[in-house]
Design a binder for this molecule. Structure first.
Ligand SMILES: [Zn+2]
Length: 270
């Protein structure tokens, strides 16, 4: 099955996993900047990370025939220190024109604090200024509904941002309709042991359809599965979805969203 894994943290994954993804049919990956599992001690730590995302990972992916794209920002977890976050944000213009950078992400909220919100809004303004696509992380568990509402209201205050160029990720049953009704793209993230799984994601797709939605594993350094999309495809087939429908979700939709950046190379017809 040909697919795109549009949200995954390959810096945390092994070469064997690149190989397994390629063998399963993965043609391209999207890797937003995020928390590395530890707090970086200086802005220079982020400079190195941005080099890794724009030089090292594309080279690793290319060995398996995969295109590698990335998104730049300081993640919400490390954005609690506003002065530090601004120092990191100053590095972004230096990297934004690199050939695999699609936009600003994954920005958003972690614990829904006012400091996180300040930096989230400054990232949105930067995306408007630099005419970039936006990829948004929503908080988990009990913080998700409130955080998603805060995010949507900050977006609404920026009419210059075209909702079709913004994706709000990690949606669940209670936040998916809010994001879709507001006109944004919605992301469904599959986790092996907690949060959304293939069955719950398939339920949401049955209820709301496949328009303006992508699915991903967001696999990182924790308990996660870089092949989660193949499990979702099997769940969809089991429920009677057609191959065209599965392909729309797993290939056509990420292509349509990421393809709004002129840097994205279409893979479905290659
Ligand atoms: Zn992520």
């Amino acid at each position: 099955m040909a697919f795109i894994e549009p949200h995954i943290h390959m810096v945390c994954r092994t070469t064997d996993e690149y190989r397994a993804m390629a063998q399963a049919g993965c043609l391209a990956v999207g890797e937003p900047a995020f928390w590395a599992g530890y707090d970086r001690s200086s802005a220079d730590g982020f400079r190195d990370y941005f080099v890794q995302l724009t030089e090292c990972e594309p080279a690793r992916a290319a060995k398996f025939g995969m295109d590698h794209y990335t998104w730049l920002c300081i993640n919400p977890k490390e954005a609690q220190d506003v002065a530090f976050a601004r120092e990191v944000m100053k590095l972004i213009p230096e990297f934004i024109d690199r050939p695999n950078v699609l936009g600003i992400g994954e920005i958003g909220l972690n614990r829904n604090t006012s400091h996180e919100m300040t930096i989230f809004e400054e990232h949105l303004d930067m995306a408007i200024r630099l005419n970039q696509l936006v990829l948004i992380h929503t908080p988990h568990l009990e913080d998700k509904l409130k955080g998603t509402r805060m995010i949507l209201s900050a977006l609404k205050n920026r009419p210059e941002l075209d909702p079709g160029r913004v994706l709000v990720d990690h949606c669940e049953e209670h936040t998916f309709p809010l994001v879709k009704e507001a006109g944004y793209w919605a992301g469904l993230t599959l986790y092996p042991t907690s949060k959304l799984n293939p069955k719950r994601a398939a339920d949401i797709l049955e209820l709301y359809g496949m328009d303006r939605v992508w699915a991903n594993s967001a696999a990182d350094w924790g308990d996660s599965d870089p092949l989660a999309l193949t499990a979702l495809a099997c769940e969809l087939y089991k429920r009677g979805f057609s191959r065209q429908e599965a392909e729309k979700l797993l290939l056509g939709n990420p292509e349509a969203f990421m393809g709004q950046s002129p840097k994205f190379r279409k893979v479905s017809s290659v």
